[in-house]
Ligand binder design. Sequence first.
Ligand code: MD6
Ligand code: FE
Length: 214
Amino acid sequence: MSDLFAAQYRETRTQLSEQACVLHGYALDVVDALLTDIRAIEASAPFRHLVTPGGHVMQVAMTNAGTFGWCSDRRGYRYDRVDPQTGTRWPALPPAFLQLAANAARDAGFDGYVPDACLINRYAPGTRLSLHQDRDEDDRVAPIVSVSLGLPATFLFGGFARADKTVRVPLQHGDVVVWGGEDRMRFHGVLPVKPGLHEILGEQRLNLTFRKVK
Ligand code: MD6
Ligand code: FE
């Protein structure tokens, strides 16, 4: 990307629906801080491949920061204050995470956003995330703020039933998706990440999704 194009892209926003939008390049200024924080988080709560209630190993590797961490195993999906792998609390949400999530939410029309959970997803090339709804949170109205880093991906944004038609949303390094309110329960997923080499993150895509669980 040329610098001029990058500067213009950064200012733009794509409205996906009434209460869902992409803030392009919104996280670019704070990438270094985010990556430093992610390294510290994974040192105490390593990325792992969770097992679904149906017994499938998830392609996406996950870890968490915050009061609550999203977990899956044969017993089901849930949020837990403790990392089942280490038996200790999840690492706290770093100030740079909280600031970015609150700013993005505010600019998307959700004032006073204070998330209590951040799921960190890691995609190797070829990894996909099948269509799902985020429905394990008690708060089904507060927005989810989703930060994309590293390799680009195509996000699928659907309706309120699994079979509803989806639109394809290209997501680049530094893009932030915010959605809440009436759009909070839409089905969504990620197409297989194409092979590539990102200049900072190499052969991976990282995604931070902030949620308000309680
Ligand atoms: C991802 N994101 O982009 C996976 N969920 O890697 C999600 O599942 C997601 O981006 C709810 C809201 C925004 C998201
Ligand atoms: Fe999701």
